[in-house]
Structure formats: structure tokens, C-alpha cells
Write a protein that binds this ligand. Structure first.
Ligand code: ADP
Length: 507
């Protein structure tokens, strides 16, 4: 007789600064929701703790209500009360923390970009652990994300494990090593951590400024599981060029460090059921896709008539990481090659925003180019549905979700071979890759010539051989970018870590 061991359900609590669709700035928000839903589907108990931002999309939180209890948490030598709210987002139970702090920490009209972000999120990290402790929860895994909640790892092991919150293993995912959460060392004391103990090279001291501490480094050192969002990026960040100063730390802790490719939430990103696009369609009905292209052209005032013109889309934060110089170049190159170009993007960097505003004005009434410089999820869906080609010329890209969403909506990606793009897009002309995996156009050299090598080929394919193009579109729409297999990898990591902890306790 053989028996399959039944894996017991785990209790996982994510502590995060973003969660789609209620509080989303970028990919982090998508991942927290996508991974949580996939784990919940597998039978695990998944809860999420978020700050209660004033600027969240409250209409997307179901049954939001305040709990009777208040949680007191320590900061800067005092105890502060926190009001705790609960609600459901996409079927997931979420706790929202509203601190009664005179600085109105999450009442700023934006998620990030405040001068006191370090304080806001170190406060939140501690309050979240306090909530878990005071609620008497016994999670198997506490999963924190990016620098904003990286404080959870040292706080847990230095303070909370001894307070009785000792059931958990700590998992940390870094979605982008560019953002590490550094500050003068003394600022760490505010959340109750011991600066003299932690401002050491083997703990939280920043690797290049010895009077500063580094939150992401702290989470790498103190977590049981450390992941990043693609296998290629996990390799890149272990090199001096890619690690943004943390490569030595990641190499020291390499045994617990792994790259797992993100999935996308295939329920929300599904052209067959997406009620927010003009016409729903699937890979068997590309007429529907063509109707969306016409609808977007009409909506943006672009030339309607010519069906041989490919629509090239780009949806992105406009930051240097995304290859803004190549995005700008792509506008002009697309016109030269007889295509239409639509950019949806916004930039937290003033000079980039200003530069693109200039370009947007220049093309305000152009037949074939439109730049929309804002964050707009609804419009993003129409652009994914309308695009034939989708560009992501990133200088580095930890995972990247837009290439996967684009493919799900039948837009062929043109990407630079880096990070997660390298793990999800394979060139149609690359003979070393089996046919069934080839799904886009790639280039390596981050300059105009390199980029042209991929964009030009894409546009030629589109124009010269429509039948092959349509087959490619159908193929990429059918590829599996769901969370299924990635969530399974997280599940395995969690389970192994929990088993190891139990074995150690027994000894
Ligand atoms: P990052 O997290 O670096 O911003 P990702 O590719 O991982 O990049 O995730 C970007 C996510 O944000 C995608 O879901 C994309 O559709 C969305 N997005 C980016 N810019 C905009 C925008 N201006 N309007 C709407 N959605 C956007």
C-alpha cells in the first residue's frame, strides 16, 4: 500500500505595505493578493495586515468594520493606541491598522514618498506584530515584504519571540533590491530595536555607510526564508553589479535565499471575463481583440482606418530602472516603422515626469501617438486588450508583471533580457529554445541599437505574416502564468521551514 502524506494546512500572515486592488503602487500589491489567493485555494489560512491609508480604494473592501479592541504599540519611548479594522479584499481577511499618532502616519493622501517613510513603516511593522500577539494568533509563517515591513524580522526574533509569539517562521520577499530602507542608525531605536546590538556588519549595518542601518539587510539576516521574485534576478543580485551593495550579505545567506517567479492573478487578468474592457475575447476569437483596438483608438483619438498598423503599448512607472530613454526612443521608432504608440505611465521623479509631459504635449493631436501620464487601472486594461506589441526595455527587472499580463491579453512582449523578463520571455528566433516556449522578442544591449533589433523584428513579423502572427498571439494567450506553480514553491518552502523548526524544538 502506498499513501500520499497529507500536508497539513498552514496559517500564513502577510504583513505588507500594498495589496491590490485596494492599495497598489506596483507589482508588490499584485503579488500579495495573487500569492495569498493561490495559497488560500490550496487550503491554507491566509491573513493580511496593512496600514489603514486614507487614500485606499474603500469601495473594494467588503464589510469593513472597526473592532472593539484597540492595540497599544510602542514607539519612541511611548505607547500609542491603534484602532484595528477588518474587512475582506478579494475574499481574503485583511486587518487594517490605524495608529492614533499625532503625525497621522497613514493620512497623507499617498502611500509612499513622505519624508518620514522610515518612521511610518517601522511603526507599522511593530504595530502589526503587536496585533498578532495581542490577538493570540499562532501563525506558522509571518511573511513580510520589501523594506517597509523588513523590520518585522529583527523585531520578531529580538522582541516578540520572547513575548510568547514564537510559533512562526519568518519569510521575507524582496521585490526590488533598489529600495533598501536605510536611515541613520539611531532611528532604528524608535521601534524598540537595540541599535548597539544591530548596527554591526553582520546584522543591520549598511554595507557602505557604517553609521546607517539597512532594513532589507536586517530582514535577509534575520529571516528564516528569503526570496526574491525570479530565478535570474536572484543570481543578478548576488553580483557586485546587481546587488546594490547587498551582494555580500546575500552570498553569506545564500542557503536560505531563492528566486521564485511571480505569477499573475489570472481571475482578475482575464480577457474572456474582464468586464472593464470594450469586448471580451479569448484566444479562439481574435475579432474581439481587434474590436478593443478600434475602441482604444477611438477613445484616444488615434487614426482608425489602417489595419496594418500595429499598436505598441507600454504601461509602467517611469523610473530609470524601466529604461526611460528606450521608452522615449520607442515612440519615435514606432512612428518610423509605421506603428501606433500608446504609453500609460507616471513618474515619482519630477524631471522625468516633466520631460514626458513635454513629449505628451508634442503628440497631443498626433494620429499615431498618445501619452497618458497618470495611474489608471481601467485604462491599463483597455491598453493591454488593444495592444499588438508591448514593450518593457528595463535596465533591470526583478520579475515584471506587465509582460505576463500583456501576453494573457494577446500582446507580444518586446523585452530586455534581464531578471524575470529573462525567465518569462523567449525570443521567437532563438533556436536554442524549444518552439513551444518562444513567445516574444528579446534584446540584451540597453541602447537604441539593441532595442531596435527586437522592436523592428516584431513590427516586421506583424506586417509581413499575419497568419504566423495570429498563431503567436493565440499561443501566448494560452500560456500558463498563473500563481499555481509559484504558490506551490512557496508552500514547499514554508512547510520545510516549519518542519525544520519543529524538529529543532523536539531535540
Ligand atoms: P513595478 O512593480 O516595478 O512597478 P511590475 O511590472 O512588477 O512593475 O508591476 C507593475 C504593475 O503596475 C502592473 O500590474 C501594471 O499594470 C501596473 N501599472 C504600472 N503603471 C501603471 C499605470 N500608470 N496605470 C495603471 N497601472 C499601472
Amino acid at each position: 500500500l502506498t499513501s500520499t502524506p497529507t500536508r497539513s494546512a498552514l496559517h500564513v500572515i502577510h504583513i505588507a505595505a500594498e495589496m491590490a486592488p485596494v492599495a497598489k503602487v506596483g507589482g508588490l500589491g499584485d503579488v500579495v493578493t495573487g500569492l495569498s489567493k493561490a495559497l488560500q485555494k490550496k487550503g491554507h489560512l491566509v491573513e493580511i495586515v496593512l496600514p489603514k491609508y486614507d487614500c485606499m480604494q474603500y469601495d473594494l473592501i467588503h464589510n469593513l468594520r472597526a473592532l472593539d479592541v484597540e492595540v497599544e504599540s510602542y514607539f519612541d519611548g511611548q505607547l500609542y493606541k491603534n484602532k484595528i479594522w477588518v474587512g475582506a479584499v478579494e475574499g481574503l481577511p485583511v486587518y487594517f491598522i490605524e495608529p492614533y499618532h499625532p503625525d497621522k502616519l497613514f493620512w497623507r493622501g499617498q502611500y509612499y514618498g513622505e519624508n518620514d517613510d522610515f518612521k511610518r513603516f517601522s511603526f507599522f511593522s511593530r504595530a502589526a506584530l503587536e496585533l498578532i500577539l495581542q490577538a493570540g494568533k499562532k501563525p506558522d509563517i509571518i511573511h513580510c515584504h520589501d523594506w517597509q515591513t523588513a523590520f518585522v524580522a529583527p523585531l520578531y526574533w529580538d522582541l516578540y519571540a520572547s513575548k510568547g509569539l514564537n510559533s512562526a517562521r519568518i519569510s521575507f520577499t524582496c521585490h526590488n533590491f533598489e529600495y533598501q530602507g536605510t536611515a541613520p542608525a539611531r532611528e532604528l531605536a524608535s521601534c524598540g530595536l537595540d541599535v548597539s546590538q544591530l548596527n554591526r556588519p553582520d546584522r543591520m549595518q549598511d554595507n557602505s555607510a557604517h553609521d546607517r542601518i539597512n532594513a532589507v539587510k536586517g530582514a535577509v539576516v534575520f529571516s528564516n526564508i528569503v526570496t526574491t521574485v525570479s530565478p535570474t534576478y536572484a543570481q543578478e543580485v548576488r553580483t557586485p553589479e546587481g546587488g546594490k551593495g547587498l551582494h555580500t550579505t546575500l552570498n553569506t545567506h545564500s542557503k536560505k535565499f531563492i528566486g521564485i517567479l511571480n505569477g499573475i492573478d489570472t481571475d482578475t487578468w482575464n480577457p474572456a471575463t474582464d468586464s472593464r474592457i470594450e469586448v471580451q475575447y479569448n484566444s479562439g476569437d481574435l475579432q474581439g481583440k481587434a474590436a478593443n483596438k478600434q475602441a482604444l483608438r477611438r477613445h484616444l483619438g488615434l487614426l482608425l482606418s489602417d489595419s496594418t498598423r500595429p499598436l505598441v503599448g507600454c504601461i509602467t512607472r517611469l523610473v530609470p530602472q524601466k529604461g526611460v530613454h528606450l521608452i522615449r526612443h520607442a515612440i519615435y521608432r514606432t512612428i518610423e516603422l509605421g506603428g501606433q504608440f500608446v504609453l500609460l505611465g507616471s513618474s515619482p521623479v519630477h524631471h522625468i515626469q516633466r520631460e514626458f509631459e513635454g513629449i505628451a504635449n508634442q503628440f497631443q493631436h498626433h494620429d499615431n501617438v498618445r501619452l497618458i501620464l497618470k495611474y489608471d487601472e481601467l485604462l491599463s486594461r483597455s491598453i493591454y486588450a488593444a495592444s499588438d506589441i508591448f514593450i518593457i526595455p528595463s535596465i533591470f527587472e526583478p520579475c515584471g508583471l506587465t509582460q505576463m499580463i500583456a501576453m494573457r491579453y494577446g500582446a507580444i512582449p518586446v523585452v530586455r533580457k534581464t531578471g524575470g523578463l529573462n525567465d518569462s520571455v523567449f525570443d521567437v528566433d532563438d533556436e536554442t529554445i524549444p518552439h513551444q516556449f518562444r513567445n516574444g522578442f528579446t534584446f540584451l544591449s540597453p541602447d537604441e541599437q539593441g532595442f531596435n533589433g527586437a522592436l523592428d523584428r516584431a513590427i516586421q513579423y506583424y506586417k509581413n505574416d499575419r497568419e504566423t502572427w495570429e498563431q503567436l498571439v493565440q499561443k501566448v494567450m494560452s500560456m500558463d502564468f498563473s500563481w499555481e506553480s509559484s504558490a506551490e514553491q512557496y508552500e514547499e518552502l514554508y512547510a520545510k521551514s516549519v518542519t525544520r523548526a519543529k524538529a529543532t524544538k523536539r531535540v
